[in-house]
Design a protein around this ligand. Sequence first.
Ligand SMILES: [Zn+2]
Length: 226
Amino acid sequence: MLEPLFNLIFPKICYACGIAISGQIQHICFTCRGDLAKMNIQDFTNNKIQHLFWGRLELKKASAYLKFEQHGKTQHLLHALKYKGIKEVGITLGELAAIELMEGNFFAEIDVLLPIPIHRIKTKKRGFNQSHFIAKGISNITEITIDVASMIKNINTKSQTKKNRFERFENVSQTFEIVNSKQLEHKHVLLIDDVVTTGATIEACGNTLRNINGIQLSLLTIASTY
Ligand SMILES: [Zn+2]
């Protein structure tokens, strides 16, 4: 009953366009939901994202939901999630991505969702792993379980923005550690990340997981710069 008053004092805003939202919709307004620049990947076994990892990491399937454009809506949403700490944006994006990808049967044969781990110092600073909240959204729709316990990141990699691809790979290699391999043996694991740029972190994480007996890997990111 107090909600209209609460909304008047603290209007809900759309984290993509910054305009106030009315009604039941949350975090991303109707207009922006329709306007998001989608990747529209149809073939999950042969596409831009998969090609990026050729010769680097074997992926059964790969997809990205949105195009990442400088100053675009997707960037605003990921910024709200990562730097303003609006976890619900991650959940909403995960749900929207899952609804779209369910149509193409992307989640068939996937046993577990594994958000790419971030180091605990970063988790402490930010308070959460953004990819975990994206995975929660995906799990809400698909009912696939999330594993955040079997793998950790054990070295806090320095900022990567001024490094080239090779240096970035060097910087992140050997930093993921499997703490419970039994849990993932013979499983088809879907790696979850917010955005794919060079793919170096995903490559390092995936190649560590490939040491596990019978594991198969696929990848889903919310956004892609390609
Ligand atoms: Zn909007």
